[in-house]
Design a protein around this ligand. Structure first.
Ligand code: C2O
Length: 521
């Protein structure tokens, strides 16, 4: 194992990923941001210089951060924001994980302004390795895009009228594949708008490719005429289906797939499709073009992409991991977490839309990170943050209810890949959970992942091993929902949190001198 150091500068820049110019946030001038690539066991150091005008925090999605909760990158939870004009260093070791991950900003919803990129961990333990199981790799990042800065959208969402007269978070202005989208310029007056050509992904004939799909929007993904052999869900290698044609993929999730290019078709081109799932977004206009396209081109000569629609065989979360792991069949603790959309009456007696966990909407006091409260022996205020405390090591069940009749949500847990042991329609109360026949739970090598889509009005039971002391966010990965309160905390071993070592620079981020004037909380 080695230490790999990355030097990043965060800055504001003008960009036009979908052809429409706007201000955005970039790392080292790039969008999507730079690749972090390492081997299992390596230590990763990222020196982050914040040349923007607002605070920053970068999260390494899916990395367990065992013993390094301070590097998890969530303002208000595990750190204070990195102030504008200063530098902060993240340092963590990727001990027992490999696969496809990503990084993104966790400050407000500024990942929607451009702060995201891929994080790939290689390992000889990976059941699929280059040279033996496939020839080459490609990364495909799917995303959505707005023409307004995220702080403008969030400020509007927190008013009576909402954003563009809707209190529900907005459908995207454009969809992006590897940072490129095609916006129809005839619908805007902005003369700087340019209609772009489709992004292209080059491959050679008669080869096999591991396609690492990183997703930041709800999509169904497919490649015309190329069946997808799924080899990993998030960072869990699976033995799963040989020939899927269409892969539903929730925000924050990743899949690795292997495709084979065919013989004798130089110059052929096929559409890569990312069709937005309307099930996961409110108020999609009926005339909305909901499929993003890219071109998979067999290099040699150019030719037109074909238009063969995929036949639909969908992924389901029931496939077995390749490296077997059975969760304990008995648990030492459990908690019910119910998320719902609702309203709060503000001091001006207006009803403002928020998301809630167990009736509490997360109020993000970014200069009082929960990690530091717990480290100093304090406790969390239940009226500010819904949280469960798991005091000792063992297995614990988290029952997640999606009490939202409208849409499906992607739930992400930090610090842990969880076992999916059960799911069902309707909502589950604590007594109903206690009365369940646990022999019906899947405790024989169930799927493990860090992000799970739970359909409207249904529940999932996820099992974790509480051996990673820290305060781990459980949140909806739709950034707008997160920004208006949809975050709960799973507190693992509060006594051991007090013993975690935290670098002085992390503590210093919360010094009074780093708090901008007017930001008192
Ligand atoms: Cu992808 Cu809380 O993170």
């Amino acid at each position: 194992p080695v230490t790999r150091t990355f030097d990043w500068t965060l800055s504001l820049a003008t960009g036009a990923p979908d052809g429409v110019e706007r201000e955005m946030m970039v790392v080292n001038g790039q969008f999507p941001g730079p690749l972090i690539e390492a081997n299992q066991g390596d230590t990763i150091i990222v020196n982050v210089r914040n040349d923007m005008t607002t605070g920053a925090g970068i999260h390494w999605h899916g990395i367990a951060q065992k013993g390094t909760d301070w590097a998890d990158g969530v303002p208000g939870v595990s750190q204070c924001p990195i102030p504008a004009g200063s530098t902060f260093t993240y340092k963590f070791t990727v001990a027992n994980q490999f696969g496809t991950f990503w990084w993104h900003s966790h400050m407000g919803n500024t990942m929607a302004d451009g702060l995201l990129g891929p994080l790939i961990i290689h390992s000889p333990d990976d059941p699929n390795v280059r040279g033996r199981d496939y020839d080459c790799e490609r990364i495909i990042i799917l995303g959505d895009w707005m023409h307004d800065m995220s702080d403008v959208i969030i400020a509007d969402l927190l008013t009576v009228n909402g954003y563009h007269n809707s209190v529900a978070p907005p459908p995207p202005d454009a969809l992006l594949i590897n940072g490129v989208g095609v916006y129809n310029c005839s619908s805007v007056t902005d003369t700087s708008c340019t209609t772009q050509s489709l992004p292209e992904i080059d491959v050679v004939p008669n080869s096999s490719y591991r396609i690492r799909i990183i997703n930041t929007m709800h999509y169904k993904f497919s490649i015309d005429s190329h069946p997808l052999k799924i080899t990993a869900a998030d960072d869990t290698a699976i033995s799963g289906p040989k020939a899927l044609h269409q892969l539903p993929i929730g925000i924050g999730q990743r899949y690795d797939t292997i495709i084979k290019t065919t013989v004798g078709t130089d110059g052929s081109a096929y559409y890569v499709r990312a069709a937005m799932c309307a099930a996961s977004i409110a108020n999609v206009p009926s005339n909305y073009d909901i499929t993003a396209l890219a071109v998979l081109r067999y290099v040699a000569t150019g030719s037109k992409a074909t238009t063969t629609l995929p036949s639909s065989t969908d992924w389901s979360d029931s496939h077995d991991p390749l490296i077997a792991s059975n969760p304990p069949t008995t648990v030492v603790a459990s908690t019910v977490m119910t998320s719902v959309f609702g309203f709060i009456t503000n001091s001006a007696l207006q009803s403002i839309a928020h998301f809630f966990w167990n009736s509490v909407t997360w109020t993000n006091y970014i200069y009082k990170p929960m990690l530091f409260t717990l480290k100093n022996g304090g406790s969390l205020n239940s009226s500010i943050i819904t949280h469960a405390i798991f005091p000792s090591t063992g297995a614990a069940d988290i029952i997640i209810n999606n009490h939202d009749g409208g849409i499906d949500h992607p739930y992400h847990l930090h610090g842990n890949a969880f076992y999916l042991v059960s799911r069902g329609s309707g909502l589950l109360t604590a007594p109903e959970y206690a009365a369940l026949n646990t022999s019906s739970f899947n405790t024989t090598n169930p799927l493990r992942r860090d992000t799970l889509v739970i359909s409207r009005g249904s529940y999932a039971i996820i099992r974790i091993i509480t051996d990673n002391p820290g305060v781990w966010p459980l949140h909806c990965h739709i950034g707008w929902h997160l920004a208006v309160g949809k975050l709960a905390a799973i507190v693992v071993q509060p006594a051991a949190i007090q013993d975690l070592s935290v670098p002085a620079a992390a503590t210093a981020l919360c010094d009074a001198s780093n708090i901008p004037a007017g930001d008192t909380v």
